[in-house]
Design a protein around this ligand. Structure first.
Ligand SMILES: [Zn+2]
Ligand SMILES: [Zn+2]
Length: 350
């Protein structure tokens, strides 16, 4: 492959990455699918590294709004590459895929990939040696990163990474709690979804994380920014369901940590703790920054039950103050005299 050819390909792949949030786009789907087909046709071949890294470049689009069948085709292609390349012997102790976060790789692959494919190009060995990048096991590592991106938990031996859905929820909820929701956000349903997720949580650790997240958004739900009866009810329903499963909570702790003082920080902690992948990221972040309470204490059932009870009491008190006590009498749908009706109070700056 000539330098010009790989340059054109990388330009096209970069274009898919650039405005991945714009809209579903048949041209972008085609570019991704062509790359996936090329890899699937020869997943252990000489050019497997360029197709694999090309697909990695385009993951933001694959994770956002691709056409039907696109994520599946990418997943099958990178899984085949991992299968073909992951077991080959190599002399390296480390590989570039494991050294940085996906966001960093996305940032520099566009410049790096043409020089990697065109072996006559100059190479800055400070970036890590070229042979480490070209090593089949490095390519297999990137293939697994793509698998884990598309189906969290589907690949072992990759740096821990927060699932995309959780990442978006944290960003969106933080913006709401900071008082400046992102355009197009339905604030009521954004907050209610935390209570819905809590009601559905089956795993005790996932549930403990979601109790923390519910506590974090409850401060906003009871504030004058909100005044929504259905939001208060949705959060309360999630907590009630959780408490039915925590009735026999016991522990041997002498005390328990407090939640972070700010709502966005508490959402960050709670949503990280609400999935296995998120808990791995939490531990890694805690290890490097030293910030945050030990996971084991935050996931304690006694602490979880106490947090759920306190939060539920807060929500009930507010509900009664605004809308009267539960349960509502038949036909009493109209707002209580003197209470502001729930409405579009999403943006306090408007
Ligand atoms: Zn190697
Ligand atoms: Zn405990």
């Amino acid at each position: 492959m000539s330098a010009a050819e790989i340059g054109d390909l990388v330009e096209a792949w970069g274009g898919v990455q650039d405005d991945y949030q714009s809209r579903r786009d048949a041209a972008k789907d085609r570019i991704v699918l062509e790359c996936a087909r090329a890899l699937a046709a020869d997943p252990g071949g000489e050019r497997a590294h360029q197709w694999t890294l090309g697909l990695v470049m385009m993951l933001p689009y694959v994770g956002w709004l691709p056409g039907d069948g696109v994520p599946g085709a990418v997943f099958e292609a990178v899984r085949a590459a991992d299968g073909a390349l992951g077991g080959r012997p190599c002399p390296h102790a480390v590989h570039p895929y494991a050294e940085d976060e996906l966001e960093d790789h996305l940032f520099w692959l566009r410049d790096l990939l043409p020089d990697l494919v065109d072996e006559s190009a100059e190479w800055d060995e400070d970036e890590r040696p070229r042979d480490e990048w070209l090593c089949p096991r490095n390519v297999a590592g990137f293939a697994r990163i793509a698998m884990d991106f598309i189906e969290p938990g589907s690949a072992a031996g990759v740096p821990p990474r927060l699932p995309e859905d959780t990442r978006r929820d944290i960003e969106s909820l933080s913006a709401v709690l900071h008082g400046c929701p992102r355009p197009g956000t339905d604030v009521d349903s954004e907050i209610s979804r935390v209570g819905d997720a809590l009601g559905r949580a089956a795993d005790p650790d996932d549930r403990a994380g979601l109790v923390i997240a519910t506590a974090a958004v409850s401060w906003y739900a009871i504030s004058d920014m909100m005044r929504s009866e259905s939001v208060l009810d949705d959060l309360a329903a999630g907590l009630e369901t959780a408490l039915t499963r925590l009735s026999d909570a016991r522990c041997a702790h002498d005390g328990h940590p407090g939640l972070p003082g700010s709502g966005p920080d508490a959402v960050w902690v709670g949503l990280h703790l609400s999935s296995p992948a998120g808990r791995r990221v939490y531990e890694a972040e805690r290890g490097s920054s030293g910030w945050g309470a030990p996971q084991e204490a935050l996931l304690c059932p006694v602490f979880t039950a106490a947090t759920a009870r306190e939060t539920l009491a807060r929500l009930r008190e507010r509900r009664e103050a605004l809308f009267g006590a539960e349960p509502p009498v038949d036909g009493a749908d109209s707002p209580v005299d003197g209470a502001e009706p729930p409405g579009n109070r999403d943006n306090p700056e408007s």
